[in-house]
Design a protein around this ligand. Structure first.
Ligand SMILES: *Cc1c(COP(=O)(O)O)cnc(C)c1O
Length: 379
């Protein structure tokens, strides 16, 4: 971390040991290999340090969304197999092959593009077939997957490593959609048996699948958010003992008394009914702290919860610590995480902001320095 960054009062603290613990807890639950999903800057936790730690912890495979993320991992010296989950564009195929990245092939056309590039480069492509079982995003519909699977199984320039699909409703243990998707997925996989080709790795389970649907674990699971110790949805059940890995902390940068009736922040949307004490915290929506938390957020100061008041600005926001509250410049303020006996979870913050934990975590951007604790085996 640069000297200037280390002087910034705001930081994200990532506990690598918590991520390692969550990986082992997932493993213990599912009993099959794990593909750790590290897309979107490892859900805001930092792509390379997290991948390095997962590799040191023996994760079987890594998954990212885009080829650029895979290349960044290879450039950082990560040697674990990496699957790029997103749809591909033909001109990108050469990059996959150069950097030894596994390709998601989601149509017959794309299979042909991969084969052509692999042949031209004289290098076999490692591929996973994407079957659409109900997400209607990318992939060949399970009910028309026959010719696609036959072509892939017969391909000289592709090593068929996996076949997979993605669950739309696994966050909710009560949704009947998951059973339906599993059934459709098996229908797609049955083409391998029909043509007598060896079955590649079958995978389906995201975090929701890992938490709630043992039938979806199959040959390898693809957890993302639970690796970071966060539940996907308020309806989800914590069937794994997880530890949240991320804290977001800052410090008081200003203290003042605001007189009754004097509005605070842009738009003058909030004013105190009585004279009160207000502190300013130097974090804003420009860091990825949601503006939707205006007059809805909470922070911890001296181990107690206090309300965020008025609008969140680009670089700062204000907190009402009450008529009797006391605070000094540089006092620690916790936005996500624990302070003393109190805590603010990513899940709770997401609820207040009217969004999901994924959006909170992935929104925390590069302007906030990340600091790593634990994980001594990967640093
Ligand atoms: C993001 C993603 C995952 C991980 O999802 P979580 O809900 O975070 O576990 C798994 N599979 C695919 C295809 C994904 O895009």
């Amino acid at each position: 971390m640069s000297e200037i960054a280390s002087q910034r009062p705001s930081r994200i603290v990532v506990d690598l040991d918590a991520i390692g613990h969550n990986l082992q807890a997932i493993r213990a639950r599912v009993g099959v290999p794990v593909m750790g999903i590290v897309k979107a800057n490892a859900y805001g936790h930092g792509l390379v340090p997290v991948a390095r730690h997962l590799q040191a912890q023996g994760v079987d495979q890594l998954g990212v969304a885009f080829v650029e993320e895979g290349i960044a991992l290879r450039r950082a010296g990560i040697t674990t197999p990496i699957l790029v989950l997103g749809g591909i564009f033909g001109p990108q195929v050469a990059q996959f092959l150069e950097h030894d990245l596994e390709i998601t092939v989601s149509s017959l056309d794309k299979l042909r593009q991969v084969e052509a590039t692999a042949e031209a480069m004289g290098r076999k492509a490692s591929i996973h077939l994407k079957i659409d079982t109900g997400m209607e995003r990318v992939g060949v519909h399970s009910y028309s997957a026959g010719p696609f699977i036959e072509a892939a199984a017969a391909s000289c320039w592709c090593t068929l490593k996996g076949i997979y699909s993605h669950l739309a409703c696994a966050d909710d243990p009560g949704s009947p959609m998951t059973g339906l998707q599993l059934e459709r997925f098996f229908e797609g996989c049955a083409h391998f048996e029909r043509i007598g080709a060896p079955m590649p790795l079958r995978h389906l389970a995201n975090s929701g699948g890992v938490l709630h649907f043992p039938d979806t674990w199959l040959d390898i699971v693809r957890p993302g958010i639970v690796l970071y110790g966060v539940l996907p949805d308020p309806a989800s059940q914590a069937t794994i003992a997880m530890r949240p890995a991320l804290s977001l902390v800052s410090r008081v940068v200003f203290f003042k008394v605001v007189n009754a009736g004097n509005p605070v922040s842009y738009g003058a949307t909030w004013q105190p009914a009585v004279d009160t004490r207000i502190v300013t915290v130097p974090v804003g929506y420009g860091d990825g702290y949601p503006r939707a938390l205006s007059s809805r957020g909470q922070v911890l100061l001296h181990g107690q919860t206090h309300p965020l008041v008025g609008r969140v600005c680009m670089d700062q926001f204000m907190v009402d610590i009450g008529p009797q509250g006391s605070a000094y410049n540089e006092d620690e303020v916790v936005l996500i995480g624990r302070q003393g006996d109190a805590g603010i979870s990513t899940e709770a913050l997401a609820k207040r902001a009217g969004t999901i934990p994924y959006e909170i975590l992935t929104g925390l951007n590069e302007r906030i320095p990340r600091e790593y604790i634990g994980g001594t085996d990967s640093r």
